[in-house]
Ligand binder design. Sequence first.
Ligand SMILES: Cc1cc2nc3c(=O)[nH]c(=O)nc-3n(C[C@H](O)[C@H](O)[C@H](O)COP(=O)(O)O)c2cc1C
Length: 423
Amino acid sequence: MTAASRQMKLGAFLWATGHHIAAWRHPKAHVTAGIDIDHYIQLARTAEAAKFDMVFCEDAAGLREANVAISSQTSRSIGFEPISLLSALAVQTSRIGLVSTASTSYNEPYGLARTFLSLDHLSGGRGGWNLVTSASPIEAANFGSTGLRPHADRYQRAREFAEVVTGLWRGKPGGASGSGHDSQSFSVRDPLDLPRSPQGAPVLVQAGASDVGRDLAARTADVVFTAAQTFEEAKAFYDDLKGRLAAYGREPDDIKIMPGVAPVVAETTTQAQEKYEELQELIPDDVGVALLSSYLSIADLWRYPIDGPLPELPPSEGMQSRQALVIEQSRRDNLSIRQLARHFAGARGHWRIVGTAAQVADELQARFEGGAADGFNVMPSYFPGELDAFATLVVPELQRRGLFRKDYEGRTLRDHLGLKRPM
Ligand SMILES: Cc1cc2nc3c(=O)[nH]c(=O)nc-3n(C[C@H](O)[C@H](O)[C@H](O)COP(=O)(O)O)c2cc1C
């Protein structure tokens, strides 16, 4: 594809009532959305009609806010297990990709390889796995009593896990060698009980942005989901990751980097700003501080004066990349704990754009053409309203500019993303 015809990739990141932490309190939100299949079918069809590359689901096997004791947050936590959900959406859609998060810490590679390859066959080659190592102690507590494994151990396991899974997807009984896989972590004797995927292999997405996380992505991923606030952060991440590919015999275009973006879009700038402020006003301070605490892996942030600065923090065993991003923002903009909490609660650490369709398109175009992204994982503030707004206002604007497809050309997720079929 020539530079002139390069088009951005778009994911529709689905999440129950919406991505804004107070989404469920919005007057137009659908509070029991997380367990309403018709709601998800509607969202997937909206995204497909707008020609998104994929719908995307996050995951954490646990009641996310269980130890926060804030009942107001739990409506965000209630929802379907995402691979089951996507299997249902597979038969209600025909072109859009279906990507779910699943953890390398709480699964076994043979089972997960089989589940995703089944999703891929069910959907005619539209499946994808977002590999995460899982950073939450809440989730760890549901899988044994030993707690969260150290960051380095999680990634060591993830690397081997990915090798076994991708081997199985290529018809081998685990591992690149093809002669079975036997190590301390995993032992796999046979190939899968399924033929190869219609797209060669499900798409492998990776979310994890620390140094080892990036290395794992460079080694194995087709798509990288990431969080960046500023253009400079996004560009530095993009250049760094693309620069790591050569070491693994890969080309820069073999990986699509898709940062999250949380747009609030309306017909006029004033309306968009009002919409955003309406949502921000719905965030209780304790909810904002609780979320910030989880990003910083610090249990007692509430002990510090809410209008004072962040305290000095030890390096995280949880999400190192997100902790670094929060600290960087607090120092850069000299924000108090309350201001930071509000800032991050809204978009959960992702990039926020508030404006008209043209303004949102300008910003996306600048990052896309400036070499800071290959596309974006769109995180609507509340559903279905903000996905509808993006689909009806922003997508046509991107299409007019030649930056996004007007129709699907291929049938598989790899086709949409412009990814090679694996050997
Ligand atoms: C953009 C982004 C999205 C993520 N989504 C999830 C998720 O849905 N579930 C989850 O358990 N972890 C998620 N993670 C965290 C991963 O578990 C990742 O392995 C963790 O951040 C630790 O790695 P890191 O320090 O390399 O970022 C995400 C991380 C990033 C950067």
